[in-house]
Design a protein around this ligand. Structure first.
Ligand SMILES: *[C@@H]1O[C@H](CO)[C@@H](O)[C@H](O)[C@H]1NC(C)=O
Ligand SMILES: *[C@@H]1O[C@H](CO)[C@@H](O)[C@H](O)[C@H]1NC(C)=O
Ligand SMILES: [Cu+2]
Length: 707
């Protein structure tokens, strides 16, 4: 349990003068019972000071806010009466209940319904000191850890007796007391952590009270409930900061199947907490399982998927979607990538449309057309899958490089170069590994340096690998150099990777054996790879398994959003989802704050800041000046560009990190001359971070790189 949570949200509902904390409602409370069965107490003229996870605008009344809280299975919310906003609070120790006439506090009275996954104890956990050895323990009532028990003891009659037993059992950090059956479960060892914490009135959860060490392991925020399962996500480029994320599923918020002509979206602003849902029908495109890439001008190009020839543009300028020209070949589960010349290359995708021969094609924004490239043969990049071609050309690991070239680093064991001039070309580049690594993770953490790990030989029902590699590329069409690096601590299929501004790679989610639509053996602990030392560090465990259909993406404040998993196959639009296993559908996410944002005592590190930029748009090879204020030694910050990403199915071909060299520092003015190589500095929008000498990143400013 993380006790200290970083946030940039300026939306705590604590406007007005704070007075001393209260322990109960000073006036008579009313109640609201929601459809979920939970009853909420409503206490007027009081506020919870502390972190808000979400703000929903235009909410008419405190009852409507209570209803929203019930729908989101939240335990605490605050209604801002004049502001007409509903604030879903991040529960934990941080909330302070205070009198404040502007607000109304809403809190669960009877507790949540059973089976809701949680990241924190929804009520104040009870402290308990073990009788024998005086170990500090915590008891969170009416909750359970789903997952294997290491030891099961019958005939235990109280929660505290179970806690005492845990305290004297070597290795026991977590136990569950079954109140109905009088059974004490010592849960399996922390390091194999696949336990899912959820509400369940039959049980009490017991944990050893171990202090969180966010400076060592980072920390996870509370679960953010979303109106859709985030199967795909992208950050909307905006100036001066890019803080909005759009996520989407298929025609259903929690279901897919068939070409439906519509897609469910949610729009979340990390800075304000604002959240809204949205159904897109005007492009007649079910965008489930697409390729996603961004153009130089910031438009997001979403191609194929369930409506396999359709293309949608998202326009950040006016927040609308328009229909684009159809693909030449119907595709789903292909990968696309923005090229050094600003075009988009896409290849593979036998999951939708015809099965064979999904060679590449290219979108040119100048002519607004797709052109088939017959010589970009898909054959050399196929994996060998027990389900056949349907799976073998999925999710290529594509990296745009110099002179319009594309390097394909996986998931096939073979690596290839693709050329995009004329009718295209393909040249073998060598072998990465002896096995295919479908749905592995891959990212360019610095120019020409590709980190990859995990995946499984077959798409599903296949044992995952923990193997990791660094592939180095330089001259197009020349063989790549591959280095095997230390394995991950956990084998992971369907995991996610994000390159952080400091050059380390954050890995989360994934399971021991690829098994689509399951939580089975999902690795909850996360880990960080440092390419400099070629070493791994295990980081804080997330609350929910993030396997098939999960995503992770870097946010402008140097934190990482991780969410999703599941989505039910329901045949056709609107079909019943009654037969689905709803326990594996995760319409939620969590934000991870990496260790670099903490001081060693667990307090938040002071960030360097970028207070001004000489321009928001800069040409490849051009110069830009940033005003950087660093609290550490002045003039020693590093400037880093990270391309703003888009992600689905472990595929984020947009993200890449470019540490900036050629920086001239005069006082607080950092003038950088960018690389003239557009194969490194792909056109489009980037986060610009200043990273101080301790490794603490600033909030990122958005910079557009143009040809
Ligand atoms: C939004 O902008 C795009 C691109 O400029 C344009 O094609 C589209 O018509 C605009 N939509 C609206 C509703 O203004
Ligand atoms: C760039 O690619 C084109 C087309 O393949 C080729 O003719 C040209 O020689 C390449 N240029 C460089 C500098 O490699
Ligand atoms: Cu999928």
């Amino acid at each position: 349990m993380a006790t200290s949570t970083f946030h940039i949200l300026a939306v705590a509902s604590n406007i007005g003068l704070a007075t001393s904390a209260i322990g109960s409602c000073p006036v008579l409370e009313t109640t609201y019972t929601g459809a979920s069965g939970a009853t909420y107490a409503i206490c007027p003229s009081t506020d919870y000071e502390g972190r808000t996870a979400q703000v929903i605008h235009n909410i008419a009344s405190e009852q409507a806010c209570a209803q929203l809280c019930s729908e989101k299975k939240c335990t605490k919310a605050v209604y801002d009466n004049p502001g007409k906003t509903c604030h879903i609070k991040d529960v934990g120790k941080q909330l302070t209940w205070v009198p404040n006439t502007r607000f109304t506090v809403i809190r669960t009275f009877t507790g949540l319904p059973d089976g809701v996954n949680i990241a924190r104890c929804p009520v104040e956990a009870k402290k308990f000191t073990a009788a024998g050895n005086k170990k500090a323990m915590q008891i969170c009532p009416d909750t359970d850890f789903r997952g294997p028990s290491a030891k099961v003891v019958q005939g235990v009659t109280t929660t505290t007796a179970c806690a005492d037993f845990c305290s004297t059992t070597p290795g026991c950090t977590r136990a569950v007391f079954d109140k109905a059956a009088n059974v004490c479960h010592v849960k399996a060892d922390e390091t194999k952590n696949t336990l899912i914490w959820s509400t369940n009135k039959k049980f009490d959860v017991i944990t050893l009270d171990i202090a969180a060490r966010p400076a060592k392991t980072g920390a996870w925020g509370d679960l953010i409930q979303l109106p859709v399962i985030p199967v795909a996500a992208y950050i909307v480029p905006a100036f001066p900061e890019s803080t909005r994320m759009l996520v989407f599923s298929s025609w259903g918020a929690d279901a897919f199947g068939g070409a439906s002509g519509m897609t469910q979206f949610a729009d979340y602003d990390f800075k304000t907490g604002a959240l809204s849902a949205r159904t897109i029908t005007n492009t007649n495109h079910d965008m489930f399982c697409p390729g996603i890439s961004t153009l130089q001008d910031g438009r997001i190009v979403i191609q194929g998927g369930s409506d396999a020839k359709s293309v949608s543009f998202y326009h950040p300028s006016n927040n609308t979607f328009t229909r684009g020209p159809d693909l030449q070949i119907a595709r789903g589960y292909q990968t696309s990538t923005t090229l050094s010349d600003g075009r988009i290359f896409t290849i593979g995708g036998a999951y939708s449309g015809p099965r064979e021969g999904k060679n590449g094609e290219i979108y040119d924004p100048k002519t607004n057309t797709w052109t088939y490239l017959p010589q970009t043969s898909v054959k050399p990049m196929l994996t060998v899958d027990h389900e056949g071609i349907w799976r073998e050309d999925n999710h290529a690991w594509l990296f745009s490089w110099k002179n319009g070239s594309v390097f394909q680093a996986g998931p096939s064991k073979a690596q290839n170069w693709y050329g995009t001039a004329g009718t295209g070309s393909q040249v073998a580049a060598g072998k990465r590994d002896d096995d295919d690594a479908m749905c592995g993770i891959w990212v360019m953490y610095e120019p020409g340096k590709i980190f990859s790990a995990g995946g499984a030989p077959d798409y599903t029902a296949s044992v995952a690998t923990a193997r990791a590699h660094i592939t180095t590329i330089d001259v197009p069409n020349k063989p790549a150099r591959v280095e095997r690096v230390p394995d991950m601590q956990y084998p992971r299929a369907f995991a996610n990777a994000v390159v952080l501004p400091d050059g380390t790679v954050f890995v989360s989610g994934g399971q021991k054996k690829a098994l689509v639509f399951t939580d089975t053996d999902g690795a909850l602990p996360t880990e960080l790879f440092d390419p400099k030392t070629r070493s791994w560090t295990t980081l804080a465990a997330q609350a929910v398994p993030r396997n098939y259909h999960s995503v992770s993406i870097l946010l402008h404040d140097g934190t990482v959003f991780s969410g999703g998993g599941g989505l039910c196959y329901a045949g056709s639009k609107g079909a019943s989802t009654a037969k689905c296993d709803k326990s594996v559908d995760h319409a939620d996410g969590q934000v991870f704050t990496p260790p670099y944002l903490y001081n060693s005592d667990g307090s938040l590190a002071t960030r360097p800041t970028i207070s001004a930029l000489s321009a928001t748009s800069v040409k490849v090879g051009g110069s830009i000046t940033a005003t950087v204020n660093s609290n550490a030694v002045k003039g020693t910050a590093m400037l880093v560009l990270v391309r703003i990403g888009s992600v689905t199915h472990s595929v984020n071909s947009a993200q890449r990190r470019i540490p900036l060299e050629n920086v001239v520092v005069k006082g607080d003015k950092y003038t950088v001359t960018l690389s003239g190589e557009s194969g490194i500095l792909l056109p489009g929008h980037y986060y610009l971070f200043a990273v101080d000498a301790r490794g603490v990143p600033s909030l990122a400013k958005t910079v557009q790189v143009v040809l």
